[in-house]
Design a binder for this molecule. Structure first.
Ligand code: ATP
Length: 376
């Protein structure tokens, strides 16, 4: 039952900076997911917390006390690896009891704790089986029950779903999340899978090149990405390179004017991020004042079941994807047709060429309020 703090935690390997001053506060019972592409430093961060790798700088604190000087087994962390790491010759029940035996927990209490864990992980019927007699998902639930049995102060999950079939991942992910909630455990999970991260986290930490790009809830990261990298990594975004006009109202992209839904502060080279699902093809030929607008040529049109997807070309070399639910009015447009796209202020995000957000001239919480346009 603990709060975990990372304070400018770093790891250097020679000239390689694997983890670069990562700071983070994780509340009691919170599930935080470290997310990022291969090599971004998430595993190294987790291993420094566990004590398997020595930090080069910074601190890790549990309830305000540094744990860096402690051996891994003294840190009271429950750890689940992607490889399950179960003892193959021990039954499920003995695997779950292992950490308790190591800690000298008396037999009666041990038996009670093991049966409680097996019940919680829905493994009671399998207590006497060996790991090889279980499916991957069941084995991962044993690993989780074993990690929870010792009543750790913090739970560390290292890609716990990555060895499972795609079909099983959702189920096991939900099991882990429910168990984590029920036991109210402060938890850090590492994954490179965005969907997994979104489904399981209270808050996410997006990392790149050893650095934290952004920390926030799913909604924070999706609606208000702090960098173009986050905009492209959380959900998808069309990234259009362009030049913002001096009045901040129009971005010229590949020779084509793109009218922004909201004027922005600044001018010059910029990147416009537009979510494919937040842009629609204008069916009526009319658009409301305050909509973002551009026209382009349909290059591909596909009916994908839940969504219609169009690839639209803008200028000579710029393309963007537009994805709209088939449950909403609309139809597939013909290849070669010139269409008008529109979106509202909440759908657009502008960055400088260096990746710093360019603020809109209207406050964030009025992003979808169109009255600004009447007063502009
Ligand atoms: P993956 O998802 O592939 O495991 P990751 O985000 O977990 O990636 P890390 O394994 O933490 O990334 O590695 C971060 C960086 O540190 C990488 O550039 C990696 O090459 C480097 N690195 C990791 N371990 C060592 C080591 N023992 N010696 C030198 N460099 C290392």
């Amino acid at each position: 039952m603990s709060r975990l703090t990372l304070d400018r935690l770093s790891k250097h390997y020679g000239n390689t900076v694997a983890v670069d001053e990562v700071s983070l506060d994780i509340a009691q019972g919170e599930m935080v997911v470290l997310l990022g592409p291969s090599g971004c430093g998430k595993t190294t961060t987790l291993r420094m917390i566990a004590g398997f790798i020595q930090a080069s700088g910074g601190d890790v604190r549990v309830d305000g006390q540094s744990i860096l000087a402690l051996e891994p087994h003294e840190r009271e962390m429950g750890i689940v690896f992607q490889s399950y790491a179960l003892f193959p010759h021990m039954t499920v029940a003995r695997n779950v009891a292992f950490g308790l035996e190591m800690r000298g927990v008396p037999a009666v209490e041990r038996r009670e704790r093991v049966s409680q864990m097996l019940r919680l992980a829905r493994l009671e019927a399998m207590a006497e089986r060996l790991p090889r007699q279980l499916s991957g998902g069941q084995q991962q639930r044993v690993a989780l029950a074993r990690a929870l049995a010792i009543q750790p102060r913090v739970l560390l999950l290292d890609e716990p779903l990555s060895n499972l079939d795609a079909a099983l991942r959702g189920d096991v992910g939900r099991d882990i999340r429910l168990l984590q909630r029920e036991s109210n455990l402060t938890t850090i999970m590492v994954t490179h899978d965005q969907d997994e991260a979104m489904a399981m986290a209270d808050r996410l930490v997006v990392m790149k090149d050893g650095k934290v790009q952004q920390v926030g809830t799913q909604e924070d990261l999706y609606e208000r990405p702090a960098t173009p990298f986050v905009a492209g990594f959380i959900g998808r975004s069309n990234m259009l390179d362009g030049v913002l006009s001096p009045d901040g109202a129009v971005v010229e992209v590949d020779g084509t004017p793109v009218r922004l839904a909201a004027p922005h502060r600044g001018n010059g080279p910029c990147v416009l991020a537009l979510r494919p699902e937040r842009v629609s093809i204008e069916e009526s030929g009319l658009s409301a004042p305050g909509d973002g607008l551009l026209t382009g040529i349909v290059e591909l049109a596909n009916y994908l079941g839940p969504v219609r997807e169009h690839l639209i070309r803008l200028g000579q070399n710029t393309r963007l994807v537009v994805r709209n639910p088939t449950s909403q009015p609309g139809h597939l447009h013909a290849v070669g047709e010139r269409v008008t796209l529109r979106w509202d202020a909440a759908a657009e995000r502008l960055f400088t060429a260096q990746g710093t957000p360019i603020p809109s001239r209207i406050p964030e919480n009025q992003g979808t309020d169109r009255r600004w346009n009447a007063n502009a």
